[in-house]
Design a protein around this ligand. Sequence first.
Ligand code: BG6
Length: 500
Amino acid sequence: MSIPMTLIIFGASGDLTARKLVPSLYHLYRKKRLPDELQVLGVSRSPLSDDGFRDRLATSAREFVSNEWDETSWREFAQRLHYVAADASRPIAVEEKLRLLEDPADGRSPSASAIPGGNVSPTPSAGRRLYYLSVSPDLYAPVVDGLGTAGMTRSLGESWRRLIVEKPFGKDQSSAKAFNATLARHFEESQIYRIDHYLGKETVQNILVFRFANTLFEPLWNNNYVDHVQITVSEAVKVGSRGDYYDNSGVLRDMMQNHLLMLLTFIAMESPSRFEATALRNEKLKVLDSIAIRSLAEARDALRVGQYEGYHREKGVAPESRTPTYAALELSVENWRWRGVPFYLRTGKAMRRRMSEIVVQFRCPPHLMFKLPPDQELQCNRLSIRVQPDEGIHINFQSKVPDTPTTDLRPTDLEFSYKDAYPDHPIPEAYERLLLDALNGDASLFMRSDEIERAWAIVDPFVQVSTERSPESYPIGSDGPTGAEALLKRSGRGWLSLCR
Ligand code: BG6
């Protein structure tokens, strides 16, 4: 008989459950990838029956799974959804409901009942449990402490206990260390799955395949041939309903410390010996360890911030807020491979378009034997990895324009587009892969405590100087503040336009 398995979502009435988690689980169910024994238990404070929970999720799922929606399969899938109203930091009610799900007969036995002092019975249940922290960040520590105190965190052989944590992992290095210490009191590091959903994106994983399953580019992937790297994550959306959270966080904490740095590690890392959690995370950590930590003066020099027009009128945002919604910065990776190659990172909200892309700009030929017209500059080789949308890879190189009286050059693109290459394999939601990996015990695409702490050490000086002055205002729908241009211009480089 298979061992019962439950995904327990704390904060089940929130946006993430409705928009991402349940639609992803439903997709996995339709693809027949969910373990047969998996049940899902939603936990939040609002009183709701199992059926009430299912109805609520059906409404949101219809919207978020759109063209994949099928009433019959949803009804089958929804039988796996359950709910319990509970204070997440005092999980006795959760334990009782879990025992019922894991073994309906045992669930009513005295072993599952509460014992004095707020703990549940020390008799561990035989079920496998994946806890998902999707509550507000100030509840992370109380929930983890609650689970630990209730004796619900210890794995016993095959009856594992795991925990998925959503970002933010602290708001600086010291709070991240404190949170990691709380986690470590109740869970082994191997039980913890810290999500950066960018690592669940197919095109981000493809960076590793592109680099390490091919030989073509690896010989060029270093400071002998690469001039600089640009990493862009531009969003068209504004802060929306998250003004409260965002105004206390800002773009550096919200995007730079996690998603952009993770993209950088994938581009800059050495080849791990295996596609496996420890090997992969060791290599990512080595890159983070090689990034020079800026002094405050250096951070001021290497950072440009902006705020979109009208931001301070957003709901939840302070009227005089200096919180940046755009940041561009320069990092250097101090190792043999990358010494002297600047990494430019930029990200912002309310920009011209949604576009995440990594551009590796190669050096120009040492000598050009062709004569260019006075108004033409040579565009040197460039490799663009488009993370989203129009997922794919472009290689830009010079070609000869045919049938002209002189040898005229023009840049042209070699293109690989996911949509064209894999018309029958639409790109799935990042959470599908991540949920499945956590259920299977594969932590390769999750972050370890040391990575998180080092990433904060890199970003902390930038955060510290980012609000010293009012950020430069930029129009909604633009490429960001014009001041960001100066960051590259001083070395004769320039940001690539968002509209290429
Ligand atoms: C989240 C940030 O981590 O990533 C959001 O908190 C941001 O502010 C989002 O909008 C972007 O993710 P994606 O997958 O839409 O690029």
